[in-house]
Ligand binder design. Structure first.
Ligand SMILES: N[C@@H](CCC(=O)N[C@@H](CS)C(=O)NCC(=O)O)C(=O)O
Length: 184
């Protein structure tokens, strides 16, 4: 069975959300970060960077939450064969981790980046319930989790962005969310 390595409050919950959505069987291996378990040789064999999350499936290991999401989506049939469709999914996952996350979670850039990032997201979500259209996809886990964390962790004022606020509520109402990030 797939093992997901995480800690009390780590991005492993993002991966866990997707596993719950797709009902993929997994075992959550909770490392004690206070005790430095993620820096011990046993875990460094899985992720030499000493960061969480990572997954282990048989003798295959993978780290970086975005790469894990993409792997799971591909393996569990969400991603169609076309290079273009796969690349658009990849685009949103990279956007979440390389642009949206740093833009909103690095205090110095937050105020400047907030309108630049949330205005187009709001426009997209005004037209459709999910980022790729009518259907919830892995992209909503990657981007949506960070938007949700802006509320849970930063209490970021997004009142100007009604469609983003509605999207967050829609995502938080999902069972997969409630059984993962919602439980922490
Ligand atoms: N870009 C990475 C970030 C990984 C990361 O920084 N994880 C944090 C927990 S959320 C961590 O392991 N921190 C422990 C440390 O840096 O020692 C990902 O998305 O997986």
């Amino acid at each position: 069975m797939l093992k997901l390595y995480g800690g009390q409050r780590t991005r492993a919950s993002i991966v866990q959300w997707y596993l719950e959505e797709k009902q993929i069987p997994y075992k959550f291996v909770m490392l004690d970060m206070q005790a430095g378990e993620h820096r011990q040789p046993e875990y460094l064999k899985i992720n030499p960077m000493g960061k969480l999350p990572a997954i282990v499936e048989g003798d295959f290991t993978l780290w970086e939450s975005g790469a894990i999401l993409l792997y799971l989506a591909e393996k569990h049939g969400e991603i169609e064969a076309s290079l273009e469709k796969r690349s658009v999914i990849n685009q949103w996952i990279v956007f979440a981790n390389a642009t949206l996350g740093p833009g909103l979670f690095i205090a110095d850039s937050r105020e400047k980046e907030k309108p630049k990032l949330l205005t187009p997201l709001n426009e997209i979500l005004n037209k459709q319930p999910f980022l790729m259209g009518e259907e919830f996809t892995v992209v909503d886990v990657a981007v949506g989790s960070l938007l949700i964390y802006t509320q849970l962790m930063l209490r970021l004022d997004i009142s100007e962005y009604q469609a983003v606020g509605d999207y967050i509520k829609r995502l938080m109402g999902r069972d997969g969310f409630k059984n993962s990030i919602g439980k922490r």
